[in-house]
Ligand binder design. Structure first.
Ligand code: FAD
Length: 354
């Protein structure tokens, strides 16, 4: 039987989840195709929204807009699904060097919105922190896997979800519509993370995928209200588990957990943590990063039936709620997409390559 909807979405990581949520809230018909056998970046992400970043401890791009938007959006989603998704989780910065301590102290007195001092003695029972301790007051942790699972269950209950691999050979473009198997739609929106690198319509975008890994550990006695950051991050995960990571590998042989990462994390943990711990899992994923460190959002210049929202890089949790809403407004009302994130900056290269 032929099915007709306004939009087809490919992928249900954090981006496809938010894209479908926006359509759902707007009362617009859609179907989502997701291959459950693919390990998404979202399912291994630590789920942190941290407003400051890097060695210089500076605010992240657009955070003053993205953070309040994201908090409201996650709260609305958790209300709809009747589950807990988001919680405030201040960061304890266990400075890894004197240089990082100096950077922190400098930022405390220059354009500081989120940094706070910490009493180091509070943390000496748990950590070796010879270079001192600082803090980030406003930081959030998302239970991404709970969210992805609950949203998938919701989509399935509505009949809006297809567990299948999307092959581009099965996509047929007609004037003002697309056809995939027995489904026709006005547009298709690709939210398939690194899957888009194989998409002939979008593969010329400057993808630069990046592998990241994490250990899941038990560390009985470590307080679960905070995120801890040194050279590594230790993040309260589920029940009595902590997520420990990560690395940023631009060259890698496969997407699997590696022994080298595990050994490095053990070395870091042994130096930092005073409490005993036990490793219970080791996970890995590929971040959909790109050379410009900004998302790709918009409609293909030659094929208005094809849209993409990708390139979420290391920040899908804060970017996805805001930019999926922006893409929907663009598709439905023709409003502009943030210049730095818009697909228009690649119009020439996309036009020439397909
Ligand atoms: C170790 C690690 C830690 C991270 N920590 C954080 C963090 O703390 N905070 C943060 O904001 N970000 C973090 N990230 C980055 C974050 O994971 C990404 O920004 C985000 O998950 C990208 O989401 P996405 O939905 O665009 O892609 P993905 O999550 O990769 O989702 C793509 C989806 O598309 C589906 N798909 C792909 N191809 C096909 C196909 N052909 N047919 C059907 N379905 C298909 C896949 O099954 C998948 O479900 C981390 C990433 C890693 C690896």
């Amino acid at each position: 039987m032929q099915k007709q909807v306004k939009y087809v979405i490919v992928g249900q990581g954090i981006t496809g989840t938010w894209m479908s949520y926006q359509l759902e809230q707007a009362g617009i018909s859609y179907l989502l195709i997701n291959d459950e056998s693919i390990q998404s970046a979202s399912s291994v992400a630590s789920g942190v929204i941290n407003p400051v970043t890097g060695r210089r401890i500076v605010q992240t791009w657009m955070i003053e807009t993205l953070l309040p938007f994201a908090i409201n959006a996650y709260k609305a989603l958790q209300e709809k699904l009747k589950i807990n998704i988001i919680k405030s989780s201040p960061v304890i910065l266990l400075h890894p060097s004197e240089q990082m301590k100096d950077s922190f102290n400098y930022r405390m007195t220059h354009e500081n919105l989120y940094l706070i001092q910490q009493d180091p003695s509070k943390w000496t029972p748990y950590f070796n922190a010879p270079h001192g301790v600082g803090g980030i007051s406003e930081c959030y942790w998302l239970d991404i896997n709970e969210m992805l699972q609950a949203w998938q269950t919701y989509l399935k209950s509505k009949g809006y979800y297809i567990n299948a691999h999307f092959n581009i050979e099965d996509l047929h473009l007609h004037e003002n519509k697309i056809e995939w198997k027995n489904i026709t739609a006005e547009k298709i929106i690709f939210c398939d993370g690194i899957g888009s690198m194989q998409n002939p319509y979008f593969k010329s975008l400057p993808f630069a995928p990046n592998k990241g890994e994490a250990l899941i550990i038990k560390a009985p006695g470590l307080p679960i209200q905070n995120i801890y950051k040194n050279n590594i991050s230790i993040i309260p995960w589920k029940a009595d588990l902590f997520w420990v990571g990560s690395n940023y590998e631009w060259t890698y042989e496969d997407a699997l957990p590696s022994l080298a990462f595990k050994e490095k994390m053990i070395q870091n943990l042994d130096q930092l943590l005073k409490l005993p711990y036990e490793i219970v899992d080791h996970i890995a994923g590929i971040r959909p990063t790109n050379t410009q460190r900004r998302p790709f959002i918009g409609v293909h210049p030659n094929y208005p039936q094809l849209a993409i929202i990708n390139g979420m890089g290391t920040k899908g949790c804060s970017l996805a709620p805001y930019f999926t809403a922006q893409l929907l407004d663009h598709l439905e009302q023709g409003t502009a997409i943030e210049t730095e994130a818009s697909l228009e900056r690649f119009a020439q290269i996309l036009k020439e390559n397909r």
